[in-house]
Design a protein around this ligand. Structure first.
Ligand SMILES: Nc1ncnc2c1ncn2[C@@H]1O[C@H](COP(=O)(O)OP(=O)(O)O)[C@@H](O)[C@H]1O
Ligand SMILES: [Mg+2]
Length: 234
């Protein structure tokens, strides 16, 4: 890693950590204000303030996750089942999927066991699944698939959304880059976090359409390297 990249990473980590306390203090003050007697107009303004604070908090959490993903220290690795993590993340995000009436589930029976830090794998899956839910229209479908066959260990997430055009597939991994033209709010950091974790694990991410001819649906494949594998389940 070059020296300027290391400096940039250090700066990101320090800035994100420095922002934590003042933002928490602001949220607490807003909460205290919310429990006092307010006119309707003041309450409306406070609601707007609180949703702004909530968005800032989410952005900060993503900045901290990116800083963590870029750390060279790999954290405590243990043997982790990809299927188990996928189920945990599905459970966490199920309310979001249900609110959009999206049919979300796992297909297949296979599993992969990796020796990695649990938080890395969980953060990676969470950011990918969050995107799938966010960018898939109401009533859509999302499938997670853990595939384990000779020489290949792959986690695949397929959605029935608009997919990502080929000429955007490299840039969307850049920090803060978002494709214009959707109504979702976001930081543009999710896929940068995913990429940083994948790089650390030596995993390879491939994007494609689920329905190649119609150019619809995003398929994200994460292929884990054999050195991450703990044991092979048949
Ligand atoms: N499953 C998906 N389907 C369609 N577009 C996607 C999907 N996942 C990501 N994208 C596009 O990639 C951009 C970057 O994603 P990400 O880095 O997670 O940032 P964010 O979700 O905060 O915008 C998104 O703004 C969106 O345009
Ligand atoms: Mg995202």
């Amino acid at each position: 890693m070059t020296k300027s990249m290391a400096l940039q990473r250090r700066f990101l980590a320090d800035a994100a950590h420095e922002l934590r306390s003042p933002l928490t203090a602001l949220s607490l003050q807003a909460e205290r204000l919310a429990s006092s007697d307010l006119s309707n107009q003041a309450r409306q303004r406070l609601d707007a303030l609180q949703s702004g604070l909530h968005r800032s908090r989410q952005l900060l959490d993503q900045l901290l996750a990116l800083a963590r993903a870029q750390e060279s220290d790999k954290g405590k690795a243990s043997e982790i089942s990809v299927r188990h993590i996928a189920y945990q993340v599905i459970e966490d995000l199920m309310p979001l999927a249900q609110a959009k009436n999206i049919d979300l589930g796992m297909v297949g029976e296979q599993d992969i066991h990796l020796t990695v830090a649990e938080i890395d794998l969980k953060t990676l899956v969470k950011n990918l699944l969050d995107n799938a839910i966010r960018y898939t229209p109401c009533g859509g479908k999302i499938d997670l698939h853990v595939k384990n066959f000779i020489g290949k260990s792959i986690l695949q997430i397929e959605d029935s959304g608009p997919g990502i055009p080929e000429d955007e597939r490299e840039r969307i991994f850049d920090p803060f880059y978002r494709i214009l033209g959707n109504d979702e709010v976001g930081s543009g950091l999710g896929l940068s976090i995913v990429r940083a974790i994948a790089d650390r694990l030596d995993a390879v991410i491939t994007l494609g359409y689920v329905r190649e001819q119609e150019k619809l649906g995003l398929r994200v494949s994460v292929e884990f390297p054999t050195q991450c594998l703990a044991t092979l389940t048949p």
